[in-house]
Design a protein around this ligand. Structure first.
Ligand SMILES: C[S@@+](CC[C@H](N)C(=O)[O-])C[C@H]1O[C@@H](n2cnc3c(N)ncnc32)[C@H](O)[C@@H]1O
Length: 250
């Protein structure tokens, strides 16, 4: 029996439903509430990628995979390496695609975390730079790792204060290639009031001083990026809803 080729129809349905989900404020609030219920269990700390702890919600791992496959970056810069899982995850996708490197920037790359990364099968696709992500020396070192003509993607997942993320957007946003993405992580905190803010973190974040405020301020002062409404629409149980922005074509 032959079946009609329905791939285009299937994809169109995904787009329609993702946009509809993105408009459903009740479901989104339910997702925020559910994430706050999961937080006492350190839910985003419970996962690993190929043996390395990845401090992400599973939905963001999938969303990042879609972005990387669809845009095929040569260089992915991530600020905020922590225990290495996210840089190794993105490096493993680049390995499967046969090209590219991840540049991981962190103010504090501890010896055991460096060991996890540098002894991992994906280590050959990772460059680590230690230092504050917005310092001139780190930015110079990052730029030096970008070959001319490379397609560049950026993930901002370091200090989540509004001022720091805004500074990162200003410094790293212009490095992103048109058509590629900047992912501003932990925008979910922008939907959490101070009285509901998780307390089991090194710092307490809540609406007003967090990445979503920074991204909104950056988008107001720069028109380099547009929100990917389809991708963000389906981001429930995600740390970064609204945080996936695409650089406009020139
Ligand atoms: C949320 S964790 C990163 C999680 C990681 N991306 C993952 O998915 O597994 C944040 C990291 O940002 C780093 N960090 C904090 N402030 C920073 C800064 N100013 N510059 C660079 N890294 C910073 C911390 O040392 C920490 O390792």
């Amino acid at each position: 029996m032959t079946h009609k080729d329905d791939r285009a129809e299937f994809e169109a349905h995904k787009v329609k439903q993702s946009l509809a989900l993105g408009r459903d404020k009740t479901v989104f609030q339910g997702s925020v509430d559910h994430m706050l219920q999961l937080d006492p269990y350190d839910y985003s700390y419970l996962w690993s990628w190929m043996g390395a702890p990845i401090i992400q919600m599973p939905a963001d791992v999938m969303a990042t995979q879609e972005v990387i496959w669809n845009t095929k970056p040569d260089i992915i810069i991530e600020t905020g390496v922590a225990r290495g899982g996210s840089v190794l995850f993105m490096a493993s996708l680049l390995q499967l695609m046969g090209h590219g490197r991840v540049i991981g920037v962190d103010i504090d790359i501890r010896a055991h975390n460096r060991d996890t990364i540098e002894t991992h099968p994906m280590a050959h696709r990772v460059t680590l730079i230690e230092g504050g992500s917005t310092s001139d020396s780190v930015l110079d070192a990052v730029r030096a790792e970008i070959p001319s003509g490379a397609r560049v993607m950026v993930v901002l997942d370091s200090d989540h204060s509004r001022d720091h993320v805004l500074e990162e957007c200003r410094a790293y946003g212009p490095l992103v290639t048109p058509g590629c993405y900047m992912v501003v992580a932990d925008t979910m905190i922008g939907h959490v009031a101070e009285e509901n803010a998780p307390t089991n973190r090194s710092k307490s974040w809540f609406a007003g001083n967090e990445p979503l405020s920074a991204l909104r301020d950056y988008m107001a002062e720069s028109d380099l990026f547009e929100v990917d409404e389809v991708l963000n629409g389906k981001l429930v149980l995600s740390s970064s809803p609204g945080g996936y922005v695409r650089r406009r074509a020139e």
